[in-house]
Design a protein around this ligand. Structure first.
Ligand code: ATP
Ligand code: MG
Length: 372
């Protein structure tokens, strides 16, 4: 690969940055390290501060507080053109009157790169992105996926130290999104450019990124690899945001009787393993119990029954193709269970189920922090 310098990788450090727009705290006290060559996703609901953070890294916004470092260089006060970042905006922002070739060449023309070199680089990037047949067309003559590649080409042609992508796939249809997801990941692996990818789609973040920064209301909630986020959510927000169908979150309290610990709600009582029970009880009694739908097992004909089994009533069954999503009610508390499709169930039927104790989550109701 001639276009990209490959081995020169840049680390990005966000050192306690905040961004305020008047009274709006768009981003608060964000500390994050994106390692050189790493693919990091910013994930969170609309308005949580993802784009604002990206624009601070690009230099388009200046942080109200804090510093941004590329490797050991403080770039906080550097304008965008001196940062060598490539950015793809959600809207692509292609120039409609220019051809694909001129769109991709544009950043190099601005930098007054010699014409021959521009030509070589544009063609190389176009080939990499498989749009070399389209160089003479205007954006209006392209499909959504092709436009997206052109925008990516324009960002890559500068040989950026850091690649910033703001929801680049949100304008594409579902099938193309899945295709481009894999393409972008493969490209990032090949080029190894430090990449930050903004999305509100957890599947996109989980499937592409090395690490994910989950944000909510301008604050970082957890920064970890996809598996850790899924298995060990640090708080209620992450637990509820990651996973589909989402984790069951049930409010209740921890009680103790004769050395045995229980999770109790107004509608049912669940025996906890002693070590877990005593640990949680030592911290708080008001908790939220979390369990993913796939970590609950329906007991059929009493097989594998245990004293910690819970009895409920089938509310409704949703066939999802590969699994069944069973909605069970226990005196008003709704629990979702993923089960194999060969189970036959009717609404109103009583069923018994057990929770995989190794996959149990308990959160402090007051702080939302995970206790186990
Ligand atoms: N220029 C601005 N002036 C005032 N408030 C702003 C400005 N830009 C963003 N905000 C506010 O800052 C917060 C974060 O906005 P931001 O665009 O970073 O969210 P986001 O996570 O990218 O959301 P989305 O997924 O909808 O794109 C929001 O409350 C938004 O209304
Ligand atoms: Mg945004």
């Amino acid at each position: 690969m001639v276009v990209l310098r490959g081995e020169i990788l840049v680390r990005v450090l966000l050192d306690n940055i905040s961004k305020f727009f008047g009274k709006v705290k768009a981003v608060s006290d964000l500390n994050l390290e994106i390692k050189d060559g790493e693919f990091v996703a910013f994930l969170g609901p609309s308005g949580c501060g993802k784009t604002t953070t990206l624009l601070m890294i690009a230099g388009i916004y200046k942080p109200s507080k804090g510093r941004i470092l590329f490797d050991d260089e403080d770039v906080t006060d550097l304008p965008p053109k001196d940062r060598n970042v490539g950015m793809v905006f959600q809207s692509y922002a292609l120039y409609p009157h220019m051809t694909v070739y001129d769109n991709i060449a544009f950043p190099l023309k601005l930098k007054k790169v010699p014409k021959q070199e521009i030509d070589r680089k544009v063609k190389e990037v176009a080939k990499l992105l498989q749009i070399d047949e389209l160089l003479d067309r205007k954006p209006a003559q392209l499909s959504g996926g092709q436009r997206q590649r052109v925008a990516l080409g324009r960002a890559l042609v500068k040989e950026p130290d850091v690649l910033l992508l703001d929801e680049p796939l949100s304008n594409l249809d579902a099938k193309l999104r899945i295709l481009m997801r894999a393409e972008i990941k493969r490209l990032q692996r090949e080029l190894r450019i430090t990449t930050i990818y903004v999305t509100h789609d957890q599947v996109e973040a989980m499937s592409m990124a090395d690490r994910i920064a989950v944000m909510n209301k301008g604050r970082l909630q957890q920064y970890a690899d996809p598996q850790t986020l899924y298995n060990k959510p640090a708080n209620l927000f992450v637990a509820g945001f990651i996973g589909s169908p989402p984790m069951n979150l049930i409010e209740g309290s921890i009680t103790e009787r004769n050395g045995s610990y229980y999770f109790e709600t107004h509608s049912f009582k669940y025996a906890l393993p002693r070590d877990i029970g005593s640990l949680v009880a030592s911290k708080t009694s008001e908790v939220i119990l979390g369990v993913r739908p796939e970590d609950i097992r329906v007991i059929i004909d009493g097989r594998g029954s245990s004293d910690s089994a819970i009895i409920g009533t089938v509310y409704v069954v949703e066939p999802l193709g590969r699994d069944l999503l069973i909605n069970v009610k226990i005196n008003g508390v709704l629990i979702k269970i993923l089960a194999p499709t060969d189970i036959r169930l009717e609404s109103g039927q009583k069923i018994m189920f057990t929770i995989n104790r190794a996959k149990l989550h308990i959160f402090d109701k007051k702080t939302g922090e995970a206790i186990i």
